[in-house]
Structure formats: C-alpha cells, structure tokens
Design a binder for this molecule. Structure first.
Ligand code: ATP
Ligand code: MG
Length: 558
C-alpha cells in the first residue's frame, strides 16, 4: 500500500498529459475547438471518483474554450432509474459545472439501429443463436484463438430478417444476439466478434417499451461521441483495450473521428468507489442512505459539509495520471480544512461540559460581547455572545492535578474565557463519587478585552452561558472502512467485514445561541474543535450537526 499511496505537492502543478494533447491538437489545427462529455450510467449516485472525471471533462473544456455535454449512458434498462438521473444533475451543478446539452445514449437508439442494419448489409454483422456460455467458450483466450460460431455465415437477408424479428420482440431474452463479424483469432480479444445487441424485454426509463433490444457499451459509446462531435473522449484506464474497437466502429461507419484518451481512476484510502458495492451498503442498511455522511458519494460528502471548492481543489491537486492512483483521504480532508478555514463562521460549542459559577458576578446580569464571525476578518460581521454568571466549559479544559505545562484551568489557576474576562478557579465542587460537578471561579473585571489594561494569561478556553445554551445532537464520523487500501481485501473475505464499527458516534453539545441563526450555507467552525454542518434531520427542538472534519491534523501535503 505504501508504494501505491501518493502524496502530491503544494506547488502549482505542471500541465497534465491531457492538456498537452489538447494544446497540440488545437495548435496543429487537428481540432478547431474542443468538445468533451461526461457519460454517467444512471444506475447509482455519483461518487468522488466521478468528481474527478467531472472536473477533468468540464475543467478541460472550460480551460480551452470548449463545451461539455452531459450524456447518460442508459443502455441497460434493468439497473437504471430517473432517481439517479436527477441526482446526477444536482451533483454536477453543485460541483459548480454546467453542461452544454443534456443527452442520452437512448436518444440515438434509432441511429444505432440503422448503423447495425448497415453493418449487416455490408457483411460485417450477424445474428448468433449461441447461448451466452457458448459464446464465451468460443472466444478463446489470450493465447488461444477463438472458434467461429456455427451461425457466422448466415446470409445478409437471413441476418436482416432475424435482426428485425429480434427488434420486433419475436425472441426471448438471451435467445439471439447481434455480433460484429471481425476476426475470431484477433490478438485483441475485443475484436473476436463483439456483441452489438442483446435482447432485453424490459421497460426503459426513457424509451418505455419501444425497444426490446439494447446496444452494448462498445457499440454505443464511440458512435454517441461521434454524433455529438466529441473531440476528446476521456475515460478511465480499463477502457484502453476497448479503444481499438472504438476506432474500428468509427472508421468502419466513416463518421466524425472522436478519439478516446484514458486516465487512471481515482481510489481513496479507507473507502471504495464501486457503485455496485455502495448500492449494497445502502440496500442492506449498513449506512442510512446514499447521502449518509460517511459515504464517498457526492451527496454524502455534501451532507458531511465538504464544499465544492474543496473538491475542485482536491481534483486539481491530484492531477491526472496514467498509473493506478490510491490517494490519501487526508489530502481531501486537508483541502476541506483549507477552504473552510478561510470561509467558515466561528461559534463556541461545549461538548462535554462542566459548570463554572462566577461567584463575584452580579446575579441575573448578562453581558453581551460582539465577536468576529471569522478571525481573519476582525472588522467583518459579528455575532453577539451572551456572558453570565453560570457557564459551561469543556471538562477537558480543567485539570485538578495539572502538570506544569497545562495552561488551561486548574485549582488556583487563571485562564481567559475566549473574547471575555480572565477567571480564576477558587473552589472545586465534587459529588459523592468524587466527580467534579462545579468549578467556583471569580472573574477579574479589569481584564475586559476593551479595558485597555490587557493582561495576558497563557490559556484561552471556549465557553457558553448556561441560560443561553442550545442543546445540539452531534454526529461524529470516522472512516467507513478500517482497511486503507480496499483493493487489497483478500479473496476469501468480504469487503463488508472491513466496515468500521465506530464510524458513527452520536453525542451532544451546548452551543452559543448565534449558531442557530447562522445562514452562511456552509459548515461552521466550532472553535478549538472542528468543522460542523447542520443536518437535514434537525428539528426546532433539537438541531443536529454533522462533524465535517477536525480542526487540525498532523497531515501536510509534501
Ligand atoms: P462504477 O464502477 O462505480 O459503477 P462506472 O465507471 O461504471 O463506475 P459510470 O457512471 O459509467 O461509472 O462513470 C461515468 C464516468 O466517470 C466514466 O467516464 C468513468 O470512467 C468515470 N469514473 C467512474 N469512476 C471513476 C473513478 N473512480 N475515478 C475517475 N473516474 C471515474
Ligand atoms: Mg460504467
């Protein structure tokens, strides 16, 4: 895993190989303007891997003055659904991109069908009656040539008749397929009479029951690219063996010469990005849904409080490579922190409270402090924070037998309550079991931040006023899986065995009242703690906050 793990640099990056290709194509006049496409199959929600593909396809077009189509690769009616179609659009827009045209491979079913008849007429396609197993067995192996199907030499007329009957619903699923007639001994297995159409009596989310034959991916993708005049069709590395076939269809049909380029798919530590497995986690209830904040889906990370800015920063930093990539999820978290640190509003929230009573505070008195929402902008917007004689502080900010270097509250010691006064701990009150239940302190009025007599102490801690505190539900998240490189799950084990049982901890907290009025629309910072974002499960009685990420991490990009 160490070897695969890559840590990119903080330096501005060099041109990537796709940018080089595009710049050369534009300079040589090979293409006048560039056109890309993002081709999701609407069979699940988009994940972080798709974000990389989106940033690339849309980003390249933007950079070079071109356009990007959103094209749904909807050739498999059984697994596809409008719910996914809609979520994909929402996610792309959220990431900050706008497509030129919204298109569907199914828009081209008539054209693809016409091309199939053309191939039949030219003796380049035939209807095969073999079963799936027979076809597979007949393909041979890398070292062994395949054998011709007994149905390979049907006449053009018979093939046309049978193909039309397939289209008209005369045959059951699997009874017949249409194959290209290329070369059963071809060194590239893709050329051993690839399947063009299969029979599937299933309603399609767009074409309804118009079709009962559906084109295969290889027969569809390149031609769709060509119809849309896509100049640079970018896909993941595993499609490199498909490229010669992609070119074969385009050349054979003599249509617009789209070209395919491959880049390495994104993998992240402690998570996985296969829609099939993510769907299983949802369906079997291992997570609360596609938008569970632990999921690597775009709706999941959005609910977690990750920003589109952070995701774009991340995609830019990881660059594009021709080699398999396993990226450290900490880099993504680092990007989130970078973005939120600059923009997030600050509030004080105490999670594990102990009560502080200010003994020399006039009973019932409340003083308000105007505190900056973001310390980077001290003159900017403020929030009002009420201070009173009964406060809550973090239990961990008090220590009875404190070591020398402990600069927070200790018996007889002083600490500043953030934005306000210095207090001194005069007395520790305990219950029968010896637990600390109250700290009786006195405040020094001369230490008001505007008093001009600024006196400094080493420690500053956050606090909330008891009478004004709002109770929150806090949902704290950890890695979804315990294994860093989920591609290394042993053969004899199930990936679900590596689910982290502690990936969700639900707890509570007490917030200063202004938090509930925040309308920034992004995650906020709980001071000295981390970034949190309000969740849709919130009610008026109980606001719920998801932890986006902690404030600090020892991680630093190299
Ligand atoms: P999955 O294996 O999760 O189902 P997929 O590749 O089948 O993914 P598609 O909906 O077909 O999903 O993908 C749309 C586009 O996103 C494709 O161009 C695909 O190559 C790209 N893509 C998918 N996963 C990744 C990834 N992990 N990294 C980069 N690009 C990806
Ligand atoms: Mg796919």
């Amino acid at each position: 895993m160490e070897e695969r793990l890559q840590t990119p640099s903080e330096e501005p990056r060099k041109r990537n190989f796709l940018e080089e290709i595009i710049e050369n194509d534009l300079a040589s006049g090979k293409v006048k303007s560039i056109m890309t496409r993002f081709p999701p199959e609407p069979n699940g929600y988009l994940h972080l891997g798709h974000a990389k593909s989106i940033c690339l396809n849309f980003g390249l077009a933007q950079k070079y003055g071109g356009k990007t189509n959103l094209r749904y690769d909807d050739t498999n009616p059984v697994k596809e659904d409008v719910e996914y179609v809609d979520s994909i659009k929402e996610d792309i827009k959220w990431l900050g991109f706008q497509w030129d045209k919204e298109l569907y491979a199914s828009d081209y079913f008539d054209q693809l069908y016409a091309w199939a008849e053309q191939l039949i007429e030219r003796g380049l396609a035939y209807v095969d009656d073999q079963t799936q197993e027979e076809i597979r067995a007949g393909r041979g192996t890398v070292d062994k040539p395949g054998v011709n199907s007994p149905w390979r030499d049907r006449s053009v007329e018979e093939n046309l008749r049978l193909f039309r009957e397939m289209r008209d619903g005369k045959y059951a699923d699997g009874e017949k397929v249409l194959r290209a007639k290329i070369d059963m001994a071809h060194p590239n297995m893709m050329f051993r009479d690839p399947l063009l159409y299969r029979i599937k009596h299933a309603s399609h989310h767009r074409t309804g029951d118009k079709w009962c034959i559906y084109p295969m991916y290889d027969y569809t993708h390149g031609q769709c690219d060509s119809i849309e005049h896509i100049t640079h069709s970018i896909c993941t590395l595993e499609f490199d063996v498909h490229r010669p076939l992609y070119d074969w269809f385009i050349q054979t049909l003599d249509i617009f010469p789209s070209h395919q380029y491959e880049f390495a798919r994104l993998n992240l530590t402690y998570t996985l990005m296969s829609k099939r497995k993510l769907l299983e986690l949802v369906q079997k209830g291992y997570v609360s849904g596609w938008d569970d904040p632990r999921m690597p889906t775009l709706c999941g990370v959005r609910r977690r409080g990750y920003t589109p800015e952070a995701l774009r920063m991340f995609c830019d930093k990881i660059g594009v490579s021709k080699r398999d990539q396993l990226m450290d999820i900490q880099l993504l978290e680092w990007c989130v922190r970078q973005d939120l640190n600059a923009r997030a509003n600050r509030y004080m929230v105490v999670r594990d409270p102990v009560k502080v009573t200010i003994t020399n505070w006039e009973p019932g008195r409340v003083e308000y402090f105007d505190c900056p929402l973001n310390p980077a902008d001290p003159e900017g917007a403020k929030r009002r924070v009420p201070f009173s004689g009964e406060l809550l502080i973090e239990r961990a900010d008090f220590m009875e037998d404190a070591p020398k270097k402990f600069f927070r509250l200790k018996p007889g010691g002083e600490v500043r309550l953030k934005y306000t006064y210095i207090i001194k701990c005069d007395e520790v009150v305990k219950d029968a079991e010896g637990n600390v239940v109250e700290l009786r302190c006195s405040y020094d009025p001369s230490t008001h931040p505007q008093s001009g007599e600024w006196r400094s102490v080493k420690g500053t801690i956050h606090w909330v006023s008891v009478a004004h505190a709002r109770e929150l539900e806090l949902r704290l998240y950890d890695r979804l899986f315990t294994l860093a490189d989920m591609s290394q799950v042993p053969e004899d084990r199930d990936y679900k065995e590596f689910l982290n049982p502690d990936s969700l901890v639900v707890t509570s907290g007490y917030a200063e009242p202004a938090l509930l009025e925040d309308n920034s629309g992004i995650a906020v910072q709980f001071e000295r703690d981390g970034y949190f974002v309000k969740d849709k499960d919130s009610t008026d009685e109980l606001p719920v906050f998801n932890k986006t990420t902690s404030l600090k991490d020892s991680y630093k990009p190299e």
